[in-house]
Every structure is written in C-alpha cells, then in structure tokens.
Design a protein around this ligand. Structure first.
Ligand SMILES: C[S@@+](CC[C@H](N)C(=O)[O-])C[C@H]1O[C@@H](n2cnc3c(N)ncnc32)[C@H](O)[C@@H]1O
Length: 199
C-alpha cells in the first residue's frame, strides 16, 4: 500500500452518490474518459463498481500522474494508464471512447477551457453517447446556496478566470457542439450531475 496517496475528503463523500448516477448512464461495455481525474479516488471507485467499463483517467499535463498511487494500489485491470490531457490541446490523442465523466472541473477551468472541453467531448463521442459532468452550477446567474456563493468568491480571489458556471451558458455551448442536456440531478452538498447526450 502506498502511504502517501493524495486524498480528497470530498471525493470520499460524493463517490457513492455519483456512482449511482453513472451506473444508470453507462450501462453498456466501453471506455469512459475521465477529464481532470485529480487524486484518482473517483477513478478507482467507479472502475471497481462498473467492471463492464474500462476507465481512462486523464488530467492536465501538470497533474496527470497524481492519480497513479490510487490506481496502482487498486490492482484493477480495467483502469488504463492516465493520459496527459489539457482540454485546450488540438489533438486529444485518445483511444476510442464511449462516454465521458468529469467532476469539479468546470469551475476550475477558465470559460475558454470549458468551451474547449465541450468541443473536445463532442468530437470524441458518437451519437447517443453521454458526458456526465458533476459539480456546483448556477441557474440564470443565481447561486443555489449561500455556501456556493461563498465558494465562488473564494475561487475569484484565487483566480478571476475561475467560477461557478451557469447551466444556461453551458447549454448554449453544448448546443453549438451537438450535445443536449438530458438530465440535471440534484446532489448532496449543493452539487449537481448534468448528463449531456451527443446528438
Ligand atoms: C478541483 S480539481 C477536481 C479533481 C477531481 N475530479 C475531483 O473531483 O476531486 C480540478 C481538476 O481540473 C483539472 N484541470 C484544470 N484545467 C484543466 C485543463 N485545461 N485540462 C484538463 N484538466 C484541467 C485540474 O488539473 C484538476 O485535476
């Protein structure tokens, strides 16, 4: 066992409720790309409980090796080697994929990055395949909780390009990229799971 694995308490708190949504969406065998894998706790949990899937972790080139200790410790053979992927790359250099998952990335990426993520996701999915996006989101510029508003203030202090995204703005970008919002699930701690479907 690696003793120095990166750790996120939030991932421990949300991994089971997210898994329940992914189980309903990713029903067929195939490869799911994770964008912004982070610590790897999600990757391991989902790969373990969705054995019909191959999980393809990826993260920004500065961070993509962060998840290695969790993946190596898991002993699972349905997790691929993590890829260095900045969503702004013109070529994502991916194996064929059948779905995409990303958690807590849209408010960390700049708006230009978010648009690049939707473009890239759309380019790699076939008709009917899904993109599951987890995190905090706003409606019409309105925060869904005081704690999200506070969190947004904190993000802006770190970097003005970061911030909680508006679902209406995401829908517009999705629309330009042949993705449609199929479901919007309320999740604990003022988060949501958005299921986008490739037209
Ligand atoms: C708050 S962390 C979320 C990590 C993990 N998904 C989770 O839920 O704990 C945001 C992640 O987005 C990634 N990220 C930021 N900008 C990115 C970009 N341009 N391309 C790909 N990943 C990016 C970061 O490297 C980081 O892993």
């Amino acid at each position: 066992m690696s003793e120095n694995k990166p750790y996120s308490q939030a991932c421990e708190n949300n991994k089971q409720v997210i898994l329940e949504k992914l189980t309903a969406v990713f029903t067929s065998p195939g490869t799911v790309l994770e964008i912004g894998t982070g610590t790897g706790q999600h990757a391991v949990h989902f790969a373990r409980h969705l054995p019909h899937l191959t999980w393809q972790p990826s993260d920004h080139p500065d961070n993509y090796q962060l998840c290695l200790p969790w993946i190596e410790d898991s002993g699972l053979d349905n997790i691929n080697t993590p890829l260095a992927l900045d969503v702004n790359q013109s070529n994502w250099n991916l194996p064929p994929i059948n779905g995409v998952f990303s958690a807590n990335t849209a408010h960390i990426m700049s708006w230009e990055d978010v648009k690049a993520m939707f473009r890239g996701v759309s380019a790699h999915l076939q008709q009917g395949e899904a993109f599951c996006l987890y995190g905090p989101f706003n409606y019409n510029g309105q925060f869904t909780s005081a704690s999200n508003q506070q969190f947004n203030r904190y993000l802006k202090q770190q970097n003005p390009a970061m911030g909680i995204r508006d679902i209406e703005d995401l829908k517009e970008v999705a629309d330009q990229n042949e993705l449609v919002l199929e479901a919007d699930f309320e999740m604990p701690a003022n988060n949501r799971v958005l299921i986008w479907r490739r037209l």
